[in-house]
Design a protein. Structure first.
Length: 218
């Protein structure tokens, strides 16, 4: 499927706030938008979701193989939950070509995540919020990814990401001490004009949806 001609599932979203300078107003709006986008992702018809995911996965393969990223990069990715796009097969192919991969592990609330190495043979256990994590995380040192794949609840025109509201992603990037290449993975229907970013929100470098690839610069 040609990304430019992929059909887009359009959810009903709350209108932007009248007073974007009020922090409480923005927080409430984000909460409403997050709820609407999560519902839209869950309810996305299969005849639209399946081809959209296929396009996104192929585009991700292309990006991981491109000269834009370090050769054989260590990719921090995510274990899919709540209707997130499953990229584990793409990551498996990346590993087969000599790359590495790692999954995030939450060590405590309000703390940065750490990454632990993953391969298709890695045993998994249930971690924070019932998300699967490598069983080996207890006896292996964390690793630092060159690239991080970020699942998107929503995103805006400037490359800012709307997540689940826990702040783990931004805290993790800050704690790394350098900025890896951040690639957002999401459906085109999650695009917003703006998320009204806070000063601590970190923009993506690359965005991949079923409509194509966008670069925001570093």
């Amino acid at each position: 499927m040609n990304p430019q001609h992929s059909p887009v599932y359009m959810p009903n979203l709350p209108k932007p706030p009248h007073n974007p300078d009020d922090a409480d107003t923005i927080a409430d709006w984000r909460k409403q938008v997050r709820k609407a986008l999560l519902a839209a992702r869950t309810d996305m018809p299969g005849d639209m979701r399946v081809p959209a995911v296929a396009v996104i996965c192929q585009l991700l393969k292309d990006v991981l193989a491109s000269a834009d990223l370090p050769a054989k990069a260590r990719v921090g990715f995510y274990w899919p939950v709540q209707g997130e796009i499953d990229v584990t097969n793409v990551i498996g192919a990346h590993i087969a070509k000599g790359g590495q991969a790692a999954l995030p592990v939450v060590t405590a609330r309000h703390q940065p995540m750490v990454f632990h190495r993953w391969t298709p043979d890695t045993s998994m256990v249930t971690g924070f919020a019932n998300i699967a994590i490598p069983a080996t995380q207890a006896d292996q040192e964390p690793v630092v990814p060159d690239v991080i794949l970020a699942p998107l609840v929503g995103f805006d025109q400037q490359g800012y990401r709307l997540g689940y509201g826990g702040g783990f992603f931004d805290r993790t990037l800050e704690a790394l001490g350098f900025k890896p290449v951040v690639i957002g993975i999401g459906f085109a229907h999650a695009r917003l004009n703006t998320i009204f970013p806070h000063q601590y929100d970190v923009p993506m470098d690359i965005l991949i949806t079923e409509q194509g690839i966008e670069y925001f610069g570093r």
